[in-house]
Design a protein around this ligand. Structure first.
Ligand code: IMP
Length: 189
């Protein structure tokens, strides 16, 4: 069995990784390891910088996940500031920013970076389109899940189980693409 450690303090992310990767015989543990997080324009830049920092210190077999919610009528905000905006404004604050706005389209993106034991890197980004609801709904998931309704659905992510969210979510798609690349590299030691 392949073993990889996810650098995160977010238990929601960890559950989603475990749910998806355990079926592929990849065990995901959590780690206190950290890396330098820069303020950048894209989540990919954040991930690549973090991988460089980890690689420079000889850390291997770890995964990082940088994600964000991008709202069209707010010019992509909160985007790379999602974590800060969630802590400060929360779902309610975002709903307030959208009051009176007709265009509620948005997407979530997830960039996964992995540094293997061999030192090789994998970076993959996936997204899911949807819209911001008019009120918070559901109590599953984490973060902005209660206000995000994926395309072709009427429920928010927070009204879905992990088994329902992962097949369509930004993270679920990114994890599966990552697992495919990992399989091709077979570099985990
Ligand atoms: P980071 O990836 O740790 O920088 O966090 C980004 C922020 O985006 C998190 O704090 C969440 O609030 C939000 N976020 C990222 N992915 C999801 C998701 O799958 N559901 C809900 N919120 C998310």
């Amino acid at each position: 069995m392949t073993k990889l450690a996810l650098i995160t303090s977010n238990q929601g992310k960890l559950r989603e990784f475990r749910s998806e990767l355990s079926r592929l015989d990849i065990e995901v543990t959590s780690t206190d390891e950290s890396c330098e997080e820069i303020q950048a324009d894209t989540i990919e830049e954040v991930v690549r910088y973090c991988l460089k920092d980890l690689g420079g210190r000889g850390v291997g077999n770890v995964i990082i996940d940088d994600s964000g919610l991008f709202i069209d009528s707010l010019g992509g905000f909160p985007g790379v500031y999602s974590s800060y905006v969630f802590r400060t404004l929360g779902c309610k604050g975002v709903l307030k920013l959208l009051e009176g706005k007709e265009d509620r389209s948005a997407h979530f993106s997830c960039c996964i970076g992995c540094i293997l034991g061999s030192g090789e890197n994998i970076v993959v980004t996936e997204s899911v389109s949807g819209r911001i609801g008019t009120e918070e709904k559901g109590n599953q998931g984490f973060g902005f899940d209660p206000i995000f309704i994926p395309q072709e659905d009427q429920r928010t992510f927070a009204e879905m189980s992990i088994e329902e969210k992962n097949p369509i979510s930004h993270r679920g798609k990114a994890i599966r693409a990552f697992a495919e690349m990992l399989k091709r590299k077979r570099g985990v030691r």
